[in-house]
Design a protein around this ligand. Structure first.
Ligand SMILES: C[S@@+](CC[C@H](N)C(=O)[O-])C[C@H]1O[C@@H](n2cnc3c(N)ncnc32)[C@H](O)[C@@H]1O
Length: 289
């Protein structure tokens, strides 16, 4: 092992993990493209990388997988009709193949989560039912399905359906009997100015009203499905504590890592992203924190 004995315990966790991932003489080397004492980024396919992680290691996983909605349709952006296509990574490969993809990464997440560890999965109707079905199939215990309501969602230009104005975020734990982290008091009494539906001092409910990312979260460029920092801040505040090890297998523009770094308290973040341009965007955002 490359790490030193006198390292603090929390640094050891990352160093041990990196040496597992790096590979040995029988495996291709996979090295991080960015590494600090609290944040590590891999420009890789999570299906290739996650099998190298040790069992029962992560405290929390946030996953925002491809929605498989890039089907050449149209949507509204800044009052104009634009293509819904997000990139080749978001194209559907057909129902069976999409389900198989989700089953592969969710199974790995189950193996690498600690028994009391929790997973959050976000999605729209295109993917969330598949992911919810798989969470149940793979014996996760669903804790909540959060409705992230976007008060500033774009109108529906075709006027043939209701305007899509929410995403669903499933929250589940690996082992029903294990104790999981839920910072109840912080959720009840914390300050959430962005949310016009949250009453101060009242229990946090499962409908969260949070606007889409404001312009100052896109100063280094934007990811087509970038999540707002206040959404990830709330998720991390509710389900992680000092020193938690957090994974995002679909890092995108790095919102999870940026929120973890902003919250600090020795939280450690590992992000995996297949597209190099989004790794560059993430590094710029992290360096600004
Ligand atoms: C929905 S976006 C995540 C957005 C992110 N939550 C944010 O706030 O910026 C999904 C991301 O997963 C990446 N991706 C797709 N397939 C992947 C894979 N097999 N391994 C790693 N990343 C992948 C895509 O390139 C895309 O950036």
């Amino acid at each position: 092992m490359k790490y030193k004995k006198e390292m603090p315990q929390s640094d050891l966790i990352i160093e041990q993990l990196l040496s597992c991932i790096a590979g040995d003489k029988d495996q291709k080397a996979i090295n991080p493209v960015y590494k600090t004492s609290d944040t590590v980024l891999y420009n890789a396919d999570c299906l290739e990388l996650m099998p190298r992680f040790p069992d029962n290691y992560f405290d929390m996983i946030f996953a925002d997988p491809p929605y498989n909605l890039s089907n050449n349709g149209v949507t509204c952006h800044a009052g104009k009709m634009v293509s819904v296509n997000k990139g080749k990574w978001d194209k559907s490969n057909g129902f069976e193949s999409d389900v198989e993809f989700h089953e592969r990464w969710i199974s790995e997440c189950r193996r690498i989560l600690k028994p009391g560890g929790t997973i959050w999965i976000s999605g729209t109707n295109h993917s969330i039912y598949q992911c919810g079905y798989l969470l149940q199939k793979l014996d996760f215990h669903i804790l909540n399905d959060i409705s992230w309501f976007k008060p500033n969602a774009a109108p529906n230009l075709a006027c043939t359906t209701f305007a899509h104005s929410h995403e669903t975020i499933l929250w589940a734990k690996k082992d029903r009997k294990a104790k999981h982290v839920f910072n109840y008091e912080m959720m009840k009494n914390g300050i959430f100015l962005e949310d016009k539906m949250k009453s101060p001092g009242k229990q946090m409910r499962s409908v969260w009203s949070i606007p889409t990312p404001p312009p100052d979260e896109k100063t280094f460029g934007k990811h087509p499905t970038q999540k707002p920092l206040s959404l990830l801040r709330r998720i991390l505040l509710s389900s992680t504590t000092k020193g938690s090890l957090i994974l995002d297998p679909f890092n995108g523009g790095g919102t999870t890592g940026v929120a973890a770094k902003m919250l600090g308290e020795e939280r450690k973040y590992i992000g995996i992203e297949i597209e190099e341009e989004y790794i560059s965007l993430t590094i710029k955002r992290l360096n600004k924190v």
